[in-house]
Design a protein around this ligand. Structure first.
Ligand SMILES: Cc1cc2nc3c(=O)[nH]c(=O)nc-3n(C[C@H](O)[C@H](O)[C@H](O)COP(=O)(O)O)c2cc1C
Length: 192
């Protein structure tokens, strides 16, 4: 299913080193006609790192998408009752957010959006980026693989020698993953 005219929630969590890559994909999704609604986790909003000023990043994303970001639980909650998103993408998805999602915890705007969206039985796509994906979070990856309406952007090890437990999504496949998820299908191969 093409992305033209689709309302896509794009939820950012605190893998700050991945922000530039995701910004590239946001531009690409907008060029494909996607209507992007940005959502930022609380931790992203209040963390500035060597990878840049998050306030400036949020402003750029807001300008590219034409929507003010969703920054609180109250702003994210209507995604459930109003059901206005066709699909929700968490990109990048931290180990922290992945673990909470797998365990039913809803304490950030991103997790609130995910819970609200899933209640409508619509697709949620995860673009993983975490150093513990093959470590303490491996069980949570497996858990979410088996949850209805959850899909993964294909991912793999980014540095097996120096970071043997790290896995990161191939972000250039985000659009393809979304298109198939909208048809209820997981893009394959998912491990790349
Ligand atoms: C500079 C910096 C880079 C980080 N990179 C990552 C990362 O790539 N993946 C990850 O899972 N966590 C990363 N973290 C840790 C998360 O930001 C932290 O777990 C935070 O609680 C995530 O909250 P959130 O999932 O609600 O956004 C990083 C933290 C900092 C300060």
């Amino acid at each position: 299913m093409k992305l033209e005219g689709m309302k896509i929630g794009l939820a950012f969590t605190g893998s700050f080193c991945t922000f530039d890559k995701i910004e590239t994909e946001v531009k690409s999704l907008v060029e494909k006609g996607g209507d992007i609604y940005p959502i930022f986790s609380t931790n992203t909003q209040f963390t500035n790192s060597r990878f840049g000023d998050t306030g400036e990043y949020m402003k750029r994303i807001s300008d590219i998408t034409g929507h003010e970001p969703i920054l609180s639980l109250e702003e994210a909650e209507p995604i459930g009752p109003k059901g206005y998103l066709d699909i929700l993408l968490i990109a990048p998805c931290t180990g922290n957010t992945l673990a909470k999602l797998a365990n039913g915890i809803t304490d950030s705007p991103v997790l609130m959006a995910a819970k609200a969206h899933l209640r409508n039985s619509k697709p949620l796509v995860i673009s993983l980026s975490t150093n513990d994906a093959l470590g303490i979070n491996f069980k949570n990856v497996g858990e979410l693989f088996n949850v209805k309406n959850i899909y993964f952007v294909p991912f793999g090890q980014d540095d097996p020698v120096k970071k043997p437990n790290s896995m990161i999504a191939h972000t250039h496949l985000i659009a393809d993953t979304l298109e198939l998820a909208l048809e209820g299908k997981q893009i394959q191969p998912v491990i790349l």
